[in-house]
Structure formats: structure tokens, C-alpha cells
Design a protein around this ligand. Structure first.
Ligand SMILES: C[S@@+](CC[C@H](N)C(=O)[O-])C[C@H]1O[C@@H](n2cnc3c(N)ncnc32)[C@H](O)[C@@H]1O
Length: 406
């Protein structure tokens, strides 16, 4: 029997088992058995096969006809610009996920060193693809599956990235680490109910850990967002893959965790697939900190609460150490600066630059603290509070406007 006849028989068997690309699959599987390329095989179709080759080929065709994914039989899958080693402990890298890589590369400057975290790294395909193109950056990939981490390490070794990449076996809930400039994640996002409607090749062969997103499909997405909010630097980016119909709730959770939505990218089928967001310094912190610091410095109110008011209050009013040396000094400057920075924040926000706006607000906060420490001037506090409140109102409407655009 020659290779052509062997292939014809395989195609018939795969067709009768409803395999979608029987011709291509048969050629790729025979090339693997013969340790050759598909191109070379096609140039030698008239060549006679040995009985051992036939036996091996029949075995892999049998596996494929039982719907085992081609990538698991071949042991590799092309993703972005690299051929990744895969086994059945990792999700087979999907073309949709290449959008996440593309967006990550758009945000990493070639000449800067970024610290990147990949949550639920699987085969390591996302992180490895990014680090291969951004040679100054470094990354950590974590996964709850020990076998997945082993697979990812193999890929890092093949791609000679071991000095810039670390793969750690860890549950996201138990991972504590430094702050990252960029967090990438393609979490499991299929609802338990929908798992059983997946095609047979996915349902029976891909790891359930990589697919199962809990009862409503959001449990891992929410997990990743909440944890990222703690692991990311202010102004750091979170690039998150989501499933069909998961955009609105995911954006809501992102906002609740202090992320500003920069962009939503669609996949080739036009489905919202990837959310790019920035961790911002949120207004709530500004207001809370501001109030807290006011309270801290208001000895009178503070001490009255614990019943030591009289004694301590008299210490404050009589002790010369507590008296200001230059009462009134810098009041005017601080007041003007608070006003100036609040105004700049408002202007930046109206130009759509929320990060710059948050930055200006931090400056305003800084000067309001200085002002309080120097003279406890209630008028400045009142004014600042009013400004913050006004700003807060305008911010929520602008954020609504911006979110409507997405
Ligand atoms: C959808 S797969 C993504 C794999 C790979 N990043 C990719 O895009 O091809 C999700 C991965 O998250 C991992 N995972 C699930 N729960 C996790 C958890 N609690 N902590 C860390 N990783 C988890 C799974 O083992 C799986 O490898």
C-alpha cells in the first residue's frame, strides 16, 4: 500500500465520524508518524508504506475519529508566531486569544521593562508570545494546575525565555506578590450549565479546570478582577478575555474595583472578546482619605469620643508645643493650589483623560493635607469638600458618558 491509499482510507474513516477537516487532519497526522513535513509527504505519495508506519497511523486515525483534538495528538499548536507544545492538561490555544496578545503588545513599549503577570497561564502561550516580542520585559505566569505549569515551563525552555519568565503553581486566591505594570488573563468563563453543550472534542478532552467559570460563568472573571486590583500598580493595565455576552457585567465589576475601561476589542466573529482597562486612583479613596485625615487631626472630636476630652483637650490648648509658629502662613497658597489642581482635574476629565485627572486630584489632596496640618483651617476644608463633591458629581456623569461610548 502507498501513502496515497493510506491517506484515502483515513479520510473515509474520519468523514464517516463527522470530522470537519478529514483531508488536512490525515495529512498532518501521517506527516507526524513519518517524522516529515506535510510538503515532503505530498511530494512522495506514491511511495510504499511499511507495516509499522501503517500500524502507527491507524492508531492515531482511530484517536482522531473518536474526536480527540488534533493538537493533542500532534502534541503542538500554532499560536501567534510560535508553535507551542500542548498536552491534555492545558487548554488548546485559540485564535481569539491572539487579540489579547496584540493588545498587550500595543501597550508595552519596546524599550521599557514591564513586570507582567499572566493569571491562568495554561500552556504559557500568552505570556511567552508577549515576552518574545518585548525583550526588555519580564513575566510570571501562574496556574492552579501543576501539569499546566509543567507544560508552560517546557515551552519557556524551548523558546529560551527561562531568564525572563517564571511559571508558578498557585491558585489565584493564594498568590501574593509585588505590583505589576500589566496583568493578562484568559480565565475560564463558561457557565456550568453550558459546559455540557460544548462540542464533543472540547467537552471530552480539554481540562474542565480551564473551562468551568462557575454557575453563571463569572466566578473566575470576578476572581481575576478583584485579585488584579490588588496586584496591579496605579495606572497599570489589565487585559482580560471574556466570553460571549459577558461584557456589561465584566465592565461593571472592573469599575467597582477601580478600573477605567479603555477599550473593548472584538474577535474575528465580531464578538466582544477582550477588555483593556487601567487601574486608577479612585475618587472614593480621595474622599475617604480626606475625611480620615480630617478626623485624625481633629483632636477635639476624637477625644470627646473616648471620654478623655477634658484632660487631653486642655493639654492641646495649653501646651506651647502644639501652638503653630506662623499662624496663617501658606493658607492662601494652599487654598489656591487646591483650587488650581481641582480645576485642572476637571479640565483633564472633560478632555477624556481620566488618569491625568486623577493625578491632579492627588495633588489637590496633598495640598489640602498640608493646609490642614499647618492651620486646621476649616474654611479651606469646607471649600475643598464642596469642590470634591461637585467634582464627584461631574465625574460620575462623565464616566457614564464615556461608558456609553464603549
Ligand atoms: C481558559 S484557560 C487559559 C489558558 C491559557 N492562558 C490560554 O489562553 O490558552 C484558564 C486557565 O486558568 C487556570 N485556572 C483555573 N482556575 C484557576 C485559579 N483559581 N487560579 C489559577 N489558575 C486557574 C486553568 O488551569 C487554565 O489553565
Amino acid at each position: 500500500m502507498n501513502y496515497q491509499t493510506l491517506l484515502n482510507n483515513a479520510v473515509n474513516k474520519l468523514k464517516s465520524n463527522s470530522i470537519i477537516n478529514p483531508g488536512l487532519d490525515s495529512e498532518l497526522l501521517l506527516s507526524k508518524v513519518l517524522h516529515t513535513t506535510r510538503e515532503k509527504l505530498l511530494l512522495n505519495l506514491a511511495k510504499k508504506t511499511t507495516s509499522q508506519e501503517k500500524k502507527k497511523f491507524d492508531l492515531v486515525i482511530e484517536k482522531r475519529s473518536r474526536k480527540k483534538p488534533l493538537a493533542y495528538i500532534l502534541g503542538n499548536k500554532e499560536f501567534w508566531k510560535t508553535n507551542f507544545v500542548v498536552n491534555d492538561s492545558v487548554l488548546i490555544p485559540r485564535p481569539d486569544t491572539e487579540i489579547l496578545v496584540e493588545e498587550a503588545l500595543n501597550h508595552i513599549k519596546v524599550d521599557r521593562q514591564y513586570q507582567i503577570l499572566d493569571i491562568g497561564t495554561g500552556s504559557g502561550c500568552i505570556l511567552i508570545s508577549v515576552l518574545k516580542d518585548r525583550k526588555k520585559s519580564k513575566g510570571i505566569g501562574i496556574d492552579i494546575s501543576k501539569n499546566a505549569i509543567h507544560n508552560a515551563k517546557t515551552n519557556a525552555k524551548i523558546q529560551q525565555l527561562e531568564n525572563r519568565i517564571k511559571f508558578i503553581h498557585s491558585d489565584i486566591d493564594k498568590f501574593y506578590s509585588n505590583k505589576y505594570d500589566l496583568i493578562l488573563s484568559n480565565p475560564p468563563y463558561i457557565s456550568k450549565l453550558n459546559l455540557r453543550f460544548l462540542s464533543e472534542d472540547i467537552r471530552n478532552y480539554e481540562p474542565v479546570l480551564a473551562l468551568d467559570g462557575g454557575y453563571d460563568g463569572y466566578s473566575k472573571i470576578i476572581n481575576v478582577i478583584e485579585k488584579s486590583s490588588k496586584l496591579i500598580k496605579i495606572k497599570g493595565k489589565l487585559i482580560l478575555e471574556i466570553g460571549f455576552g459577558q461584557l456589561n457585567k465584566s465592565m461593571k465589576v472592573l469599575r467597582q474595583n477601580g478600573f477605567y475601561i479603555n477599550k473593548v476589542s472584538k474577535d474575528l466573529a465580531g464578538i466582544n472578546r477582550c477588555i483593556i482597562s487601567t487601574k486608577i486612583w479612585i475618587m472614593r479613596n480621595y474622599k475617604n482619605n480626606h475625611r480620615r485625615s480630617r478626623f485624625r487631626h481633629n483632636g477635639d472630636r476624637n477625644f470627646r469620643r473616648n471620654g478623655s476630652h477634658h484632660k487631653l483637650n486642655s493639654d492641646f490648648s495649653n501646651g506651647s508645643d502644639f501652638k503653630r509658629k506662623n499662624p496663617g502662613k501658606n493658607n492662601q497658597n494652599a487654598s489656591k493650589l487646591i483650587e488650581k489642581y481641582t480645576e485642572l482635574a476637571r479640565e483633564a476629565l472633560s478632555n477624556g483623560d481620566k488618569i491625568l485627572s486623577e493625578n491632579y486630584l492627588q495633588h489637590a489632596d496633598h495640598f489640602s493635607r498640608i493646609s490642614e496640618q499647618q492651620n486646621g483651617n476649616k474654611i479651606i476644608e469646607k471649600n475643598t469638600d464642596k469642590k470634591v463633591e461637585d467634582f464627584s458629581k461631574s465625574e460620575s456623569s462623565t464616566e457614564k458618558d464615556l461608558s456609553n461610548l464603549v
